[in-house]
Ligand binder design. Sequence first.
Ligand code: PMP
Length: 304
Amino acid sequence: MASARYAFVNGDIVPFADAKVHVSTAGFKFGTGVFEGIRGYWNAAHGQMYLFRMDEHMRRLAYSQRFMRFEDPIAGEHVQEKTLTLVRANELRENIHIMTTVYVAGHGSPTVCGPVDLAITTTPGVGPRLAERGARVQVSSWQRVADTAMPMRVKCNANYHNGRLAALQAQVDGYDACLFLNSRGKVAEGHGMCFFMLRHGRAVTPPLSSDILESITRQTVIELLREELGLEVVERDIDRSELADTEEAFFCGTAWEVTPVVSVDRIPVGDGAVGETVRALQRAYLDAACGTSDRHAGWRLPVY
Ligand code: PMP
């Protein structure tokens, strides 16, 4: 993956190759870090880059640090300022993905809570791979970790091993992506994205108490479905058996944006083609993110 020239770590902007942490840090050894994946959208007509839903990302980063009992957590204002500085230093003028991590730089046991450090990287030119043809999805035999074990609501690095196992299993078995069931046997989410289906004309998505991340895109999509597509949205448990009787389905997330799901366990969703509602939602989402429509200006933070 192409990297930008500079990264931010140890309080400084440094050449990308020099952005290093010590092998003894708790962040490296135990995954005691929390992170946010953020998108920047380049709008050529405006000559502007917009960071999408930065306030919400900063709020969740603060929550994750609090939950992890980090000492002297890093304030959202500081993270935002350093993110803007780094994007400008890299002179990025295309769509980008930003990875913002606060990790325990202290050495020792898994209970070490500080000091913490901020690391930021910016990756240019990334786009959703499956937005056009849609994803063929496998219901994983791995279960989503329950909130009583390692809460998925917290965007902690260590949580991502669960998704890694399921995503790799799907890949090895010839699918594009995985879909988790939770400890109650209900549909939860993908390894890095939330799930929606259209059933009997209504959009349905698992509730936030389903062992899922409180996804910012999920909330964005709920608003767009209601306000711009005029659809009713229901947050309720989804049974696995419902997946074989849906009109349309999709994943959503910062990286996945709105990605159609065209089959589950090789059973076609609808007629197996990408549906009209998902296409309309993709357009509404990108209009909001790129600023090609004036609506939702508060969701976009200009960089330049
Ligand atoms: N679920 C998980 C497990 C994720 O890692 C992500 C990506 N952050 C999502 C859902 C989507 O969340 P968001 O819309 O906030 O990116």
